[in-house]
Write a protein that binds this ligand. Structure first.
Ligand code: AMP
Length: 282
């Protein structure tokens, strides 16, 4: 595995590699890797001639400095995991490489309201930071494809909208949510849960699954929202922020179910000191 920390060097290496039409895949991460990340990487490896994994805890997408400070960092363990799956290239730039003083910032984007609900309401500025970092990575790496996880569905939709606005040739692939056996969505943040909290956190997925069955039983979107919120509030370990039934194209709330409309239930829940997000297509 090749390790790059310099923008100029990885750009030069990939420019050479891309000659002869070879395809570069890219999986952006913030490290503290788990099986979810590795599945995304393996999917990219299968579909590209070379895959770049980045590990960069992007300061511009954290709206709270304490969250940024507490974000788990496990460089040595991450490198071992990447070697284990035969990752080709690891890009681990310092902040000064990603955002040098000469960096002008990304162009202005219009996300048409995708940035407003859910994470947008609870983490102001978060998606501007996400768009900025992915735009910068596209500029540096010029990937043919990027794989992102459904766990961060709103993030995926923002990046998809950005790519459409940039008019660049990047295939954006959505990878399904990878879960623990308990149903808990894998997350780097799970490491900060106590064993008891982790066991309780599996209840979030159960409530999302219940939402799917409520839809099948004929409940309306607002009833599903209320039932979900109530079920979350019943657990003394949970502090839910939202439990929203949304259209996956627009992220607007669904008022009534229509045929041929893809709908997701998305939730964010504090479990002890950790804020977890999860979703399900219903
Ligand atoms: P992160 O390191 O949390 O920024 O995540 C990097 C990428 O991995 C993002 O595209 C996430 O959506 C994706 N990801 C994280 N956890 C999971 C999971 N449990 N299942 C699928 N994708 C995930």
């Amino acid at each position: 595995m090749l390790l790059f920390k310099s923008v100029v060097e990885i750009n030069r290496f990939l420019s050479q590699f891309r000659q002869n039409g070879r395809r570069v895949g890219f999986v952006p991460t913030m490290g503290a890797l788990h099986k979810g990340h590795l599945d995304l990487l393996q999917s990219s490896q299968q579909n590209n001639d070379l895959t770049v994994c980045s590990i960069f805890v992007n300061p511009t997408q954290f709206n709270e400095s304490s969250d940024l400070e507490k974000y788990p960092r496990r460089e040595a363990a991450d490198i071992k995991l990447l070697l284990g799956i035969g990752c080709d290239v690891l890009f681990m730039p310092p902040v000064s490489e990603m955002y040098p003083e000469t960096y002008a910032g990304p162009p202005a984007f219009d996300f048409k309201g995708l940035e407003e609900p859910m994470e947008g309401t609870h983490r102001p500025g978060h998606f501007e930071g996400v768009a900025q970092v992915i735009h910068r990575f596209i500029e540096i790496l010029e990937p043919g494809s990027i794989v992102m996880g459904q766990k961060d569905l709103q993030q995926y939709l923002i990046v998809r909208s950005m790519i459409r606005q940039l008019d660049v040739e990047v295939d954006l692939i959505l990878h399904p949510i990878v879960r623990e056996e308990s149903g808990l969505a894998m997350s780097s943040r799970n490491r900060r849960l106590s064993p008891e909290e982790k066991a309780e956190a599996a209840g979030i997925h159960q409530i999302l699954q219940a939402a799917k069955s409520w839809k099948a039983s004929g409940f309306h979107p607002n009833e599903i929202q209320d039932r979900g919120m109530k079920a979350l509030l019943k657990n003394p370990h949970f502090k839910p922020e939202y439990f929203d039934v949304v259209d996956t194209e627009t992220l607007k709330p669904v008022e009534r179910f229509k045929k041929d409309q893809e709908v997701a239930v998305c939730t964010a829940v504090w479990v002890g000191p950790v804020r977890l997000i999860d979703n399900i297509l219903i």
